[in-house]
Design a protein around this ligand. Structure first.
Ligand SMILES: [Fe+2]
Length: 162
């Protein structure tokens, strides 16, 4: 059953996060990846529960804002540890989540639609660093209207008061 204790999970993830919580790979990025993913999933058959969990976990164990080999795998391992405590997921969903997190930085473009949609949700937020999203996988992510919405989310963060 698709249950997430979002408050508890986010508090836990915040407590172990070592980077800037409001920074490039922090909570606002996760929120935009979640929004992007759920937007894309309205137009394809991606698993919305996995998309949401991916948003929370894929960068949760980053140790650097830049090159950080293994951070996706560490995020996947954390998800496995917290399953049953803050969320429920089937074994099939955990397999998808693990693969999506572990390989999300590798530039891959083929695979399961849920995994591809996770990667696209993350890549669409490259706009936050002024980069054009690349290596998009799904038709939904290649849709210009969806790209405009993702861009607006990213640019709102770029224009935030500091
Ligand atoms: Fe990310």
């Amino acid at each position: 059953m698709a249950i997430i204790d979002r408050r508890g999970l986010i508090e836990h993830l915040h407590g172990q996060f070592t980077l800037d919580w409001q920074g490039l790979h922090g909570i606002t990025h996760w929120a935009r990846v979640r929004a992007n993913g759920l937007m894309l999933a309205r137009q394809n058959a991606a698993n919305r529960h996995v998309l949401e969990l991916f948003a929370f976990f894929h960068d949760a164990r980053r140790l650097s804002e830049h090159g950080d080999a293994g951070h996706g795998e560490r995020g996947a391992e954390l998800a496995a540890q917290l399953r049953g405590r803050y969320f429920e997921a089937t074994s099939a969903e955990m397999d998808l989540l693990h693969h999506a997190c572990a390989r999300h930085s590798d530039g891959l473009t083929t695979g399961d639609i849920t995994v591809l949609t996770c990667w696209d949700a993350d890549r669409l937020d490259l706009e936050r660093v002024g980069a054009t999203p690349r290596a998009l996988c799904t038709d939904a992510a290649k849709n210009s209207a969806n790209q405009l919405k993702a861009r607006a989310r990213a640019r709102a963060w770029m224009a935030r008061p500091r």
